[in-house]
Design a binder for this molecule. Structure first.
Ligand code: ATP
Ligand code: MG
Length: 759
């Protein structure tokens, strides 16, 4: 075939080009972050198509997320200069497996229209299986069993293949219940997520003719983020590739961050054994980050043992050092980052940076709340990637429904949401009866439920539990009317309703995160006078969303940031117990800690030009101050590549201190008594900071706690009020402002209850 021009080859370096042009036979591209693995993989697809080696439907390209698949398709189209008609086999393992399974469902006893259960359905079904086996579901919760079974499926163990060493799982009944669960799924013509891969494996292994067909079709296989494949995925790939060996995997052992979900770095090491003669390509030039950023990341990851090891270099200009800053507490951290982002946007630090080019990467999703609240307050547009925004999360909406009921017992939507959450033996039938009683008497659901009970319309366990639920609401409502402390009340509500206990009993991997989010919610209350003010605040900010097309700062977890890059990255919350996580620190052995360190490496290497790491000396948990130690990873940052910034709250005497009623000295004292200064990282920070000139108190235009700010406002300023939302200052009179609120109209307000907002 005549060679056609291939412009996409021109901007590859020789090593990348070799990997792209070696179209036949196994290729393993093992290289550090930002070395152009994904770029080369994409060029390889373009090359396969341009050279006519493969048609779009003959290429199997596995990405880690659906988003990555979409992006890859766009990039290929761009490289080729035209859109490609269908790349049916480009997607995640799950998406591709669904396609295969639909065609051959009957081979595993399913019909092709099988349903895919979500986690809730899966749990419900497991519960039935547990109850049917006469096991106390309270002692042996379904969620725990779900975790065990998922783990087995990740290892490609069907019920018959679970090894004897696992026999003691779930009170010795794990294997038996697993088999029963699989049978139930089959009866229902359903699969869970883990089944998608497992069934395809079973089909491939049991039906060589089917496997051969796919081996013939899918002649070229490409896999991105190979380091995060689990055993089932690995076997799946190996079966497909073993006929033609045209498999190209790219990955980085230092970025393996899904060990907790069954991923095995060993798969990379096994590659050369399984595919002898593999062309192993190493890429060493990083095109993403400045030398300081790269050196900082390399310094941290060097702390891990047993790495494959690699060098990275870059031709980029030196740029800025990685910035490190400590804050008094998490709120101040969020405030500072908000101001930094605004400064970047306005071009106060070189050329203006688009918000789309800025990301905040957190270790745990509950950290997002402080940023979301802050950004909503100052009107800084943001998007949360890879999950709902804080106030849209399931557990937050449930908890808010309880708060709403306590403030307004006639809130029927809230009633419906939580009447049977946690379970109170009030199924659909019982709830219909409540609806009917309410409607026919023209009452709220709560009062309808009272009538129903008094008329004896509900019997059994449900009646007793409904009565307790109603009594609860009455009690909490009375407390609201009395003006009891709203923070303590919120905790009481979550306790007495059984809502917190529900998640405590929950053994799924998500449960600890949900509990953290609930604590975070209670923490958010501290900035408000009462529950009502808080509920209005949330209702207002939820309403204040900006259009989808606008520029936005991205907030996401470190896990979700894999493969992405941003010119400016903020990495907050580098504190022991948060990052590295408490769980990884409590573990015996270093496995968990090493995975956290890889996560730190992933985080730093997302940054192109500016990387800012921060930590707080204190975090509030349930209204209690908890002192935090700076992350051990901070000690591992090579000093010569780090610039330590002066913490505004501690040394600048600025806004961070005022809210806690503390002078800088007072804070030092508190921090000292909290033992914060005893950590080596903090000491080092302190030494360096005091060696620098003390910065002037910063302007505190956004500070909620800036009590003396009356003169800071002038007519025409845009402000935000907890209860009334956004508005414009129309007049000033002593400490009072006339404000024309967008929604609430004209009001006179004490100046200290509003904050300045973006115009
Ligand atoms: P990660 O491990 O984080 O997934 P990666 O190895 O997949 O990183 P890419 O995302 O493919 O790296 O590339 C990182 C950046 O470097 C991208 O912006 C890409 O366009 C650029 N890049 C890669 N190779 C080259 C090259 N040869 N010349 C110029 N830019 C390049
Ligand atoms: Mg990549």
């Amino acid at each position: 075939m005549a060679a056609r021009p291939a412009p996409y080859l021109d901007d590859l370096n020789p090593a990348q080009r070799a990997a792209v042009e070696a179209l036949d036979g196994p290729v393993l591209m093992l290289a550090g972050a930002g070395t152009g693995k994904t770029k080369a993989l994409t060029a390889r697809i373009a090359h396969l198509l341009t050279t006519g080696r493969a048609r779009p439907n003959e290429i199997l390209a596995v990405t880690f997320t659906n988003k990555a698949a979409r992006e890859m398709k766009e990039r290929v189209a761009r490289l080729l200069g035209h859109t490609i008609e269908g790349m049916p086999w480009m997607g995640t393992f799950h998406a591709i497996s669904v396609k295969i399974l639909r065609r051959h469902a009957e081979l595993v006893g399913l019909k092709s229209n099988f349903t895919i259960l979500d986690t809730d359905d899966q749990i419900r079904l497991l519960k039935q299986v547990i109850v049917a086996a006469n096991i106390d579901e309270k002692r042996w919760p379904a969620r725990q069993l779900a975790g065990i079974i998922d783990g087995w499926k990740n290892r490609a163990w069907t019920p018959g293949k679970v090894p004897a060493s696992e026999a003691s799982a779930f009170n010795n009944l794990g294997t038996e219940l697993y088999a029963a669960y699989q049978q139930r799924l089959k009866d229902l013509n359903a699969v869970d997520f883990g089944d998608l891969l497992l069934h395809v494996l079973t089909i491939f292994q049991g039906h060589p003719d089917v496997l051969e067909q796919y081996q013939r079709w899918l002649r070229y296989i490409l896999v991105d983020e190979y380091q995060d494949t689990n055993v089932a995925q690995y076997l799946w790939l190996r079966l497909l590739a073993q006929a033609h060996h045209n498999i190209c995997c790219v990955g980085d052992d230092d970025q393996s961050i899904y060990g907790w979900r069954g991923a095995e770095v060993g798969n990379i090491l096994r590659f050369e054994k399984d595919f002898p003669g593999a062309n192993v390509v190493r890429l060493e030039q990083n095109y993403r980050s400045t030398p300081h950023i790269l050196a900082a990341a390399s310094g941290v990851i060097a702390g891990n043992a047993g790495r494959l090891g690699k060098t990275l270099w870059t031709e980029e200009e030196e740029g800025e050092k990685v910035r490190l800053i400590g804050h008094w507490d998490g709120e101040e951290e969020a405030r500072w980052i908000g101001e930094e982002i605004e400064a970047l946007q306005r071009g106060h630090r070189g050329a203006p940076v688009s918000l789309d080019d800025i990301a905040i990467l957190v270790r745990a999703s509950h950290q997002m709340r402080a940023f979301e609240d802050r950004f909503l307050t100052i009107g800084l547009p943001y998007r949360v990637i890879g999950g709902p925004r804080f106030y849209e999360r399931l557990e937050i909406r449930d908890a808010m429904a309880y708060f709403r009921l306590s403030v307004s017992p006639e809130d029927d939507l809230a009633f419906e949401r939580v009447v049977n959450t946690p379970k109170r033996a009030l199924g659909d039938k019982a709830q219909q009866k409540i609806q009917l009683a309410a409607r026919s008497n023209g009452l709220s659901l709560l009062d309808g439920a009272r009538v129903l009970l008094s008329e004896g319309g509900l019997a059994g366990k449900g009646a007793g539990q409904l009565r307790a639920f109603i009594e609860g609401i009455d009690r909490w409502h009375a407390a609201v009317l009395r003006g009891d402390n709203h923070i303590a009340l919120a905790e009481t509500i979550l306790d007495e309703s059984g809502y917190t206990a529900m998640w405590q009993a929950d053994k799924t991997p998500e449960a600890p995160g949900r509990l953290e989010n609930l604590k975070e919610l209670v923490k958010a209350l501290e900035q408000f006078e009462n529950l009502q003010g808080f509920l209005e605040h949330v209702a207002l900010i939820m309403d204040n969303d900006t259009a989808e097309t606008d520029e936005k700062v991205s907030i996401m977890t470190l896990h979700g940031a894999k493969g992405l890059e941003f010119p400016a990255v903020f990495l907050p919350g580098w504190e022991d117990g948060l990052f590295p996580s408490q769980r990884s620190m409590d573990e015996s052995g270093l496995k968990g800690l090493e995975e956290e360190r890889r996560l730190a490496y992933v985080g730093i290497t997302r940054a192109e030009r500016l990387c800012t790491i921060s930590f707080a000396a204190n975090r509030r948990v349930y209204g209690q101050w908890q002192s935090q130690l700076p992350s051990r990873f901070i000690d591992e940052l090579p000093e010569e590549h780090v610039d330590v910034l002066t913490p505004p709250g501690l040394y600048g005497g600025g806004y961070g201190a005022a809210g806690m009623g503390g002078s800088a000295a007072g804070i030092e004292q508190r921090a000292a008594s909290a033992n914060v200064y005893n950590s080596p990282g903090w000491k080092r920070l302190q030494e360096r900071s005091s060696a620098r000139p003390v910065s002037q108190p910063r302007e505190s235009r956004n500070s909620v706690i800036d009590l003396e700010a009356v003169s800071a406002f002038t007519e025409g300023d845009r402000v935000f009020h907890q209860k009334f939302g956004y508005g414009i200052v129309t007049g000033i009179e002593g400490d009072k402002l006339d404000v024309d609120f967008d929604k609430a109209g004209a009001k006179k307000i004490v100046a200290r209850f509003v904050v300045a907002a973006a115009q």
